[in-house]
Design a protein around this ligand. Structure first.
Ligand code: ADP
Ligand code: MG
Length: 238
């Protein structure tokens, strides 16, 4: 009975999410359509035309971002489990973000405690995507640049601990509570899907995240992963 009610709850969340998803994606698409219609007027100036084109492209980008984030989340749990080499995956995630970090004057440091060849079982691409979402938020939280510190503590006999720290704008208690809720964003062009995806990926590989944040001081995530255990399931709500 318990199992049944949990399943019903899960479906409910999925359909709610699908409804808000079509709403969130409908808005930028409707806006784009509006600007395309305006563009068909031959009398508008080049400047106005360029401005409309720019806005239409921005709105489409926003819709694309939402689709990208949502699809990472909506993919069913993987059938094959990769051996995810944690240290390499973190390096890969950072590599992808290097241009964004440089543009924002942000330096990313990784330090490694103990050995560097620990792994967990799960889908490597999703895990790397999850790291990218987490680190990207940190870059965006430091408008004047700064440093992000990542520490990896691998110990073959116990869990793997990853600490990710920024000295950015931080969050209020209310924002911490809302973190991971679909479409929760404080950014003008945010999707509010990154943390939802990141949390569900970590949960899928059997891990936990703790969040510590102080406004104007920064934010730290403590991620704890089980050594060599697999993707059990992907649950949309953490
Ligand atoms: P998005 O980045 O598109 O807004 P996310 O789900 O990635 O969506 O993040 C949701 C919100 O959580 C952000 O808008 C921001 O307010 C907050 N947040 C996440 N990470 C941090 C961080 N490191 N520092 C400050 N705020 C953060
Ligand atoms: Mg984000």
């Amino acid at each position: 009975l318990l199992h049944k009610s949990m399943k019903a709850k899960k479906l409910d969340v999925a359909s709610q999410l699908a409804a808000s998803f079509s709403h969130e994606i409908g808005n930028p698409l409707t806006a784009t359509k509006g600007f395309i219609q305006l563009l068909s007027d031959e009398k508008i100036s080049i400047e106005t035309r360029n401005q409309y084109l720019k806005i239409a492209a921005q709105e489409l980008d926003h819709a694309i971002n939402i689709i990208d984030d949502y699809l990472t989340f909506a993919n069913p749990a993987p059938k094959n489990r990769d051996k995810i080499p944690i240290f390499e995956s973190i390096q890969r995630g950072i590599e992808v973000l290097t241009p964004v970090a440089e543009e924002h004057n942000v330096k990313i440091n990784i330090s490694l405690l103990k050995n560097n060849n620990c792994f967990v079982l799960g889908e490597r691409k999703k895990f790397e995507q999850c790291l990218i979402y987490i680190v990207k938020n940190r870059i965006e939280s430091m408008p004047n640049g700064g440093e992000i510190n990542i520490t990896l503590d691998c110990n073959r006999t116990s869990n793997i601990n990853i600490t990710i720290q920024d000295k950015g704008i931080g969050m209020t208690q209310r924002q911490i509570d809302q973190l991971g809720e679909p479409f929760f964003t404080t950014k003008e062009n945010g999707t509010g899907l990154g943390m939802m995806v990141a949390f569900s990926v970590i949960k899928g590989i059997g891990g936990k995240i703790e969040v510590e944040s102080l406004q104007e001081k920064g934010t730290t995530f403590y991620i704890n992963l089980p050594v060599g255990q697999g993707d059990r399931h992907l649950d949309p709500i953490v």
